[in-house]
Design a protein around this ligand. Structure first.
Ligand SMILES: [Zn+2]
Length: 248
């Protein structure tokens, strides 16, 4: 398929123009025009680029691309090596940040909910990016942590009373720890995100709302995979997800 068709299709599917974001969504580095193999991954690190080009990808689709709002705008050092690798292999980089968190079916928050048996009920936070809802089965914090460990293949860091029964949960993949107090104000029993900050521990203790840091990488593996699988079916192209291990 044509690269331009792919970029237009994803742009309208994820409603990219609806979002104010910290990095450009869509085609970030342009490669060859014909696409038959698409690689997906969480972050466009050198390790991911090398694995994807070794496999023979025509395009690489990620959640965390390049050109973030506050980064150095020059193409030097690590950024030079990454972009040089893409250009030498004539491979495109497509990146989707907030639109890929938010999509009601393929997005990170939707896909995480499916994995953890969460029933969504509404949204909150900046641009309504975070979700809240209920557990299909009320369970203790200890049980829910075990479900997360199994579902994400990674042990979460949990702050709270392990025997507390959880019903209402708020969640947002990635580094959404700054939404914790907004989540607590909704009356939830626990807030789940990828990363934790020092002050989250005190807020958890003082509100009684559990804080679960399940991993930035671990919680954001599923949106880009779902999008890659959707594209493979829609356009009869090959898709492969590359899970580059990351402990955070
Ligand atoms: Zn992220």
């Amino acid at each position: 398929m044509q690269l331009s068709v792919l970029v237009d299709y994803i742009g309208s599917l994820l409603e990219v123009s609806r979002f104010r974001d910290y990095s450009p969504n869509g085609l970030q580095v342009e490669g060859r025009t014909e696409i038959s193999r698409i690689a997906t991954g969480v972050t466009a690190s050198q390790r991911l680029l090398e694995a994807a080009t070794t496999w023979g990808a025509d395009a690489i689709l990620v959640h965390h691309g390049y050109f973030w709002r506050n980064e150095d705008a020059t193409v030097t050092g690590i950024k030079r090596r990454r972009i040089a690798h893409l250009l030498q292999h004539d491979v495109s980089l497509l990146a989707y940040h907030l639109p890929l968190d938010a999509h009601p079916e393929l997005g990170n928050n939707s896909q995480l909910a499916k994995r953890l048996d969460l029933l969504p009920q509404g949204n909150f936070g900046e641009q309504n990016i975070a979700w809240h809802g209920v557990l299909q089965q009320p369970q203790t914090l200890r049980q829910f942590a075990a479900l997360i460990s199994h579902g994400l293949q990674r042990s979460p860091l949990v702050i709270g009373d392990n025997e507390r029964v959880l019903r209402r949960i708020a969640w947002c993949t990635g580094a959404a720890q700054s939404y914790f107090e907004q989540a607590a104000a909704l009356g939830v029993d626990a807030f789940l995100t990828g990363e934790i900050s020092e002050q989250n521990v005190h807020v958890a203790e003082e509100t009684g709302v559990a804080f679960i840091a399940a991993g930035h990488h671990a919680t954001e593996r599923y949106g880009v995979q779902a999008l890659g699988e959707h594209l493979a079916q829609q356009f009869k192209i090959e898709h492969r997800f590359f899970d580059m291990a990351n402990p955070v």
